[in-house]
Design a protein around this ligand. Sequence first.
Ligand code: 13P
Length: 286
Amino acid sequence: MPIVSTKEIVDRAFADRYGVAAFNILDDLTIDAIIAAAEEERAPVIIQTSVKTVRAYGRNRLIDVFRAMAHDATIPVAVHLDHCPYREVITECLDAGWNSVLFDAHELDVADNLAQTVEVVAEAREHGAAVEGEIEGIEGKEDDIGSDEASKLQSLETAVDFIRKTGVDVFAPAIGNAHGQYKKAPNLDHQRVSDLVEATSVPMALHGGTGLSDEQFRDLIARGCAKVNISTAIKEAYMRSGLEHLKEAEEKNKWDPPTLFAFQRDAVVTTARHHIALFGGSGKAW
Ligand code: 13P
């Protein structure tokens, strides 16, 4: 299966009202585990990279590893740049072959954000790539980007106007969701998703997926959240399984890196499969 455009993956999910899981990966092990999970579920999947991961792993190395692994995949897979306020990083990733980008200019005033997003959409189109837009910050930092303060909310009219004028392919509304583990059960504005979808017919991205209830996921996906982001749950599966294995290695004084990697991979696969199935993506590969 070749690498598929993010737009095709998300539009199909939107039309059928299931959610495509977009998992933030960290390295080759996590890319491999996420693709394996999607293959086991026969689901399309989005591999998502933060700016921090692009910088830490190296842009070219990351896209090369993605391509090598996606090339052998038997399900549709795309690579997406998550929250990126930096135009030069957007350009570099589009040039390198990313299938989509989230231009996160919520810190600009809406008129400036809109004008720049129009430019990013035009740039992405030259590469056959898609753009996700946002005008309100999602609470909580995602790999050092964003803020722990709730951001100013914009009116529905402002959001609809932004979506229509920019031509973004996906929109990320702030509905009370937050990155990282929730400190208390979030009270989400489900109606906002319905209102935006009804006015624009554009799919929504649900950020801050880690810690939402099954019911919240199901209802928001039914309303049009066709891309569902999961980062913290993947990081925790990766790190906690590593810790568990290393504690045992220390106890037994037995150090075998491949066994550690396999243990971590299994943990990431299990977490990813759980979310893919929950979002209704199982069996949706084409
Ligand atoms: P979580 O870290 O809460 O899963 O959120 C992921 C996300 O929205 C990435 O943009």
